[in-house]
Design a protein. Structure first.
Length: 185
């Protein structure tokens, strides 16, 4: 092999070595949490989400859940529950954000304040409750955030509206995220 070819081969080897070593310092790692917001907005400090499950004609669980801005969950069991009294737990901020998102996605603040309250069974309330039966349980949800608050009463004997399916899904999501099952059943 000629001297020129050897010098050229060494030069190419050196260039390859420099390229490889230059890229070693800039290796990036894949974020397995794709879709997560790296800089999520802070949850407003006045945030409070509640769910209150009411009585029925029979053994329906009666309890209340409160979820604060810091992720604290306070449960108050009354009747027909595994844990009577107060119990506490905590959820992480990402779960709380998902729950807040559920309220936002269903446009919770545009809902009526009540669906199926006995005092509302009049001609004007029929739009809110096209089908009605008695002896069912109820749930009341609420959210307070950024100084704004909303509460919705939902009697399960009131049926026939798509919004009520969304409301039931929200009530169940609150239970799921708060893991109320550990105290209720």
């Amino acid at each position: 092999m000629s001297v020129k070819k050897m010098i050229l081969l060494k030069l190419l080897s050196l260039i390859c070595l420099l390229l490889v070593s230059a890229t070693c310092g800039s290796v990036s790692f894949r974020n397995d949490n794709l879709g997560a917001n790296p800089n999520p907005e802070p949850i407003p400090s006045d945030t409070l989400i509640t769910l209150k499950r009411g009585a029925c004609y029979g053994p329906c669980p009666i309890y209340k859940l409160m979820i604060s801005a810091d992720g604290t969950v306070v449960y108050e069991g009354q009747r027909y529950v595994k844990t009577a009294g107060v119990a506490k737990s905590r959820i992480d901020q990402e779960k709380l954000r998902r729950l807040i998102s559920e309220f936002e996605n269903m446009d919770y603040f545009s809902m009526d304040d009540s669906y199926g309250a006995i005092t509302l069974i009049t001609d004007s309330s029929q739009k809110r409750c096209p089908e009605f039966s008695t002896d069912k349980a109820s749930a009341t949800t609420s959210i307070r955030m950024n100084g704004k608050s909303k509460s919705v009463y939902h009697y399960y004997g009131c049926e026939g509206l798509d919004r009520l399916k969304e409301l039931t899904a929200l009530e169940n999501k609150i239970d799921e995220i708060a893991n109320s099952k550990q105290w209720v059943s």
